[in-house]
Design a protein around this ligand. Structure first.
Ligand SMILES: Cc1cc2nc3c(=O)[nH]c(=O)nc-3n(C[C@H](O)[C@H](O)[C@H](O)COP(=O)(O)OP(=O)(O)OC[C@H]3O[C@@H](n4cnc5c(N)ncnc54)[C@H](O)[C@@H]3O)c2cc1C
Ligand code: FES
Length: 424
């Protein structure tokens, strides 16, 4: 055996040893996390008195809640950022009755009448906006970002509803609003520390959760990670600063991915870069948390799986997307392939069409085939696209937020499981 071969064998042995050590380290860390998880679970069961008490879904739905849409008046309007792109709207019910509480993280659904830029006719537009403050009996608050047309948009219009809010909704305007709903909200049956992660306008449900926990005065630790490009996009800056100096259980990390020259690290923001798993690992202590995530698609697609890879139990991760199904999961992709061709029949339109597995949802499929169906949020939240299933089954791409009547489905977040007949 030559010296060269011997050196290679020794090198290979060292590399194998190193790999084994790294794997062992990772395994131990996962075990540590699980053990801690169990300990905390045990400890929590004996200290339930610390649990935050919030209205149950039942109490939100009963009492003085309402069915369908109710009229609200805009009481106050406030610009929240230097870009003047985010406005908060404070809404009071026209009937003057006290408002039902909601679970922080839930949203309101609005039915607007907006002039169609093409036909110049008024058309109904349904959109959802998260409640951005703690529950109060006399007002709800939503904070809305203006969606401008993309650069070099070649005729693509700006966002319909957000432009309407920014340009036409003023103090005194009346709006039709559905009662708060949504399955993304603070879970209050365990007094776990909470990690809130908001990217861009995805900060709104986090503000509601944060304000609620702090206003109740319960000593539950909260870490908020807020990711934006720079100081021009920073909303509720002074409010967040005030909370940091008032509440020792609130820990804030504002991340600017592209700070301006006048944005000062340590003053205006705490971290240069994105909110990513490296940042969470470097700043969070090793313990069990509830994670709440809402942000743009790239953030959600990278962060949620990264949390799971880190060892966080999926039951401790809650996330919401503001647009069409932003989180593509492996099983979701797998569900798209079918062994047999599938036919979708739209009974009222008298059309039977072969399903195209490349299409994301039954709503896109219906629209592509000129079937007239209603839609709003395109994210399973508002319920506008709810349609009766006369035969067959659907698969959901994500958990529906809207309540679905028996025998119905939400077209915007589902695909056919087998041959399907829809009442459309
Ligand atoms: C549960 C939930 C909570 C939400 N909470 C909030 C919140 O708190 N704050 C908030 O600001 N938003 C929130 N949203 C998002 C909000 O509901 C709207 O989706 C958002 O305001 C955009 O609506 P829009 O009518 O302005 O834009 P749309 O008119 O729906 O347009 C959306 C995008 O499509 C582009 N577009 C329009 N027409 C075309 C076309 N023909 N071809 C190609 N592109 C086109 C537009 O330029 C725009 O970029 C939430 C959404 C959900 C589902
Ligand atoms: S369009 Fe809102 S639930 Fe489908």
């Amino acid at each position: 055996m030559t010296t060269g071969v011997l050196a290679l064998i020794i090198l290979a042995a060292i590399l194998i040893q190193l790999a084994v050590l790294i794997l062992l380290g990772l395994y131990r860390r996962r075990r540590q996390y699980r053990d801690l998880d169990l300990q905390i679970n045990k400890a929590e069961k004996t200290s339930r008195s610390n649990t935050l008490t919030l209205p149950s879904t039942e109490s939100v739905k009963s009492g003085y809640s309402w069915e369908g849409f109710k009229e609200f008046m805009v009481q106050r309007r406030e610009l929240e950022d230097k870009n003047n792109a985010v406005s908060s709207f404070y809404l009071a019910p026209v009937d003057g009755k006290p408002l039902p509480a909601f679970k922080p993280g839930q949203f309101l659904t609005f039915k607007l009448k907006i002039k169609d830029p093409d036909s110049q006719q008024l058309k109904p537009v349904v959109r959802c906006y998260s409640l951005s403050d703690a529950p109060h009996p006399d007002y709800y608050r939503v904070s809305i970002k203006r969606i401008t047309a993309p650069d070099n948009s070649a005729g693509i219009p700006p966002g319909l509803s957000s432009s309407f809010f920014h340009d036409q909704v003023q103090v005194g305007s009346r709006l039709l609003v559905k009662a708060p709903s949504g399955h993304f909200h603070l879970i209050d049956d365990e007094a776990l520390p909470v990690v809130l992660i908001g990217g861009g306008i995805g900060i709104t449900p986090m503000l509601s959760i944060l304000n609620t926990i702090l206003e109740t005065g319960i000593n539950r630790e909260i870490w908020l990670y807020y990711g934006i490009s720079n100081g021009n996009e920073h909303i509720m800056k002074q409010h967040l600063k005030n909370l940091v100096s008032t509440y020792p259980n609130f820990h804030l990390t504002v991340c600017y991915s592209a700070p301006n020259e006048n944005d000062i690290l340590g003053v205006d923001f705490q971290h240069k870069g994105w909110v990513d798993i490296q940042l969470l690992r470097a700043t969070l202590k090793l313990m069990r948390y509830q994670f709440y995530v809402c942000g743009p698609r790239p953030m959600m697609e990278s962060l949620v799986p990264a949390l799971q890879d880190w060892g966080v139990d999926s039951h401790d991760i809650y996330y919401e997307s503001f647009g069409p199904a932003s989180l593509k999961q492996a099983e979701k992709k797998a569900s798209k392939t079918h062994s047999q061709p599938i036919t979708v029949t739209f009974s009222r339109s008298g059309k039977s069409i072969l399903w195209n597995p490349a299409i994301d949802s039954l709503l896109d499929f219906a629209e592509a085939n000129d079937i007239d169906v209603e839609s709003g949020c395109r994210a399973g939240s508002c319920g506008s696209c709810q349609t009766e299933v006369k035969a067959g089954e659907v698969t959901y791409n994500q958990q529906p937020d809207a309540d679905i009547a028996p025998g119905h489905c939400l077209l915007c977040i589902s695909t056919p499981k087998n041959n399907l007949t829809l009442d459309a």
